[in-house]
Design a protein. Sequence first.
Length: 750
Amino acid sequence: MQAPKDCECFAHSTDSDRVADWQPLAEHLHAVARLAAARAAPFGCETLAEAAGLLHDLGKYTTDFQRRLAGEAVRVDHATRGAQLALERYPGLGQLLAYVIAGHHGGLANGAESGERTALRERLARDGLPPLLEVWRHEIALPETLARPPLVAHSRERGMFQLSFLVRMLFSCLVDADYLDTEAFYDRVERPPGVRRETLRAAPSPSLAALRDRLDAHLQGFAASRPVDRLRGDILDHVRGQAALPPGLFSLTVPTGGGKTLTSLAFALDHALAHGLRRVICVIPFTSIVEQTAASFRAALGELGETAVLEHHSAFVPSATDEGRASRDKLRLAMENWDAPIVVTTAVQFFESLFAARPSQCRKLHNIAGSVVILDEAQTLPLKLLRPTVAAIDELARNYGCTLVLCTATQPALNAPEFRGGLDEVRELAPDPPALYRRLERVRIGHLGEVDDAALVARLQGHAQVLCIVNNRRHARALYQAIAEQPGACHLSTLMCARHRSEVLAEVRARLDRGAPCRLVATSLIEAGVDVSFPVVYRAEAGLDSIAQAAGRCNRHGEDRAEDSPVWVFAPAGDAWAPPPELKQFAQAGREVLRRHGEAPLAPAAIDAYFQLLYWQQGDEALDRHDLLGLLRRSRPDGLPLETLAACYRLIETTQVAVIVPYDEAARGALAALEHVPRCGGVARRLQPYLVQVPGRALAELRAAGAVQPVAENRWGEQFLALMNPDLYSPDFGLWWEEPTFVSTANTII
């Protein structure tokens, strides 16, 4: 194929021999600049994003790159030249653009010290790059000056943190714009003849106003037949009445069973409409209830919910080698840019993205700006990364037009004066939380001391309906096996896929409703948001927040008197079932507060005491394990540790990989479809309810044994790993392999 003439420069080629079918480079740069500027508008950085768009592929204005498009085996660094020019043309702000432009394919690099990526400083000093063709000066008109970003400073100590945050937001604008324009070009050239482009697009999402109207209709259908229902209605009305308050930081402190899920959604929609915000993002710590919350939202929104609610926990994450054009057809799910009215996602996905460096993870960040973010179960914010996490929450509210709602029954006191670097001006939405606690008090808490398994099993057998929650999956399995012959014995853990768990929960609820025997042994996944109501609950020692969540599964709707609804806390006997080290400090603080506040261990005063023990006495090192804020404080604009931040900010340090369980015909049909579908995004969504997360070491053993293998490997690589040995998936326990050393309490997934 003939290379284009010097005056003809292109961004993308096709399989056609006609260069007239290729995308002109100037067209691509101007389109990306326009799209990037629009994405940066919610935080006032349009000119910065526009300049990044014009410069990002400037290195394609070279003879070498144009030869490469024509099929020659030429390696070309086309990103560094634009980064160099940004620094030359725009002293100061150009440094921020240089990070964004240089990293738009491979990811953000450290400014000064090389990691897996070459440091930006080294790239900017690179000589010997191919000279730019003069045609670029006629086709691209760069802005003369750049408007300074309208950042509201937090403090001198937080300055470099704020700059690093801005770099990732600008990076998001550029990456999303680049993906979209590239995808649009290939959609045009690859669509079947006679097919209009409009037919290839998804149906438009409903407006927030339409969603609020539908939610209102749903809420009006509730009958307040019980006192607790009337109280939930009062809470809903009070919270919604504050939607006109200015955007910023809020807390919603409502005891478990007070209707937080739909109340927070109603407030978010009202507040977004009152202030012109763009979407609602619900952040949930446990993937086991992401599906449940998304389903609850869809049910409340009727048929509008199917297109309005995007459920995103990155089960199929592209590897580093998949960035760029190849991922266009491979991983639509992982490339979601959260352009939906309502997003339901995990805390891992949300917060790790805020510190990420890879294009696919950062692509969605700009769509967080101008949103209402509901942080469900806010007490689960990671202790080891609490200070950088709180800094990110503050920054979203301070400079990116977000309202954040800390939604929980056990508020983590992040705005207390003793918590240095905490949140300021957090406004409470709930009506008088201490009074709400007294009105919604439905259980009594007792401590049994140390209890061995034999005594615990005897107690479980002595109740017709009982829930027992323990701290690891092996313990749950052992207890279930001990009571398996009892009527109504059930088991739940995250080793069961979501569809399996849903079926078990449906059976549990049916048994509870008709008064049939029901003895459920579960890990902590049952605690957060699962709507079940047992007359008695046993809970292995844990943090006070976990005990409060367990209590929310007892007498949930106020069916009985509090004194008739016990929640028994116990210490498992022996070392076999001891909590892992990361949970021991929570259990110790919980034990101390139970001892000191035995009369009302779940009252706001007790919760404050618990978090004082847990947070305020930990010291800075425990709340920022990798000293990320210190690392930034000691850096400079030309030495931001962006890659290091991404590598160190990990809510789950153990690598886990999603394995697809062919649980039913729907799962098997979706797996079969991977062999022939042109794009895998829709199939990936269909497979979400059939995933089980497996630690990397265990996965290696399963793969070596042939028990897990990639599906349609020739088309999608190893992105879709499926269980091939059905004997390893039990209808009682889910996925299981013999590995005595494996103990896990984590019920979050990436």
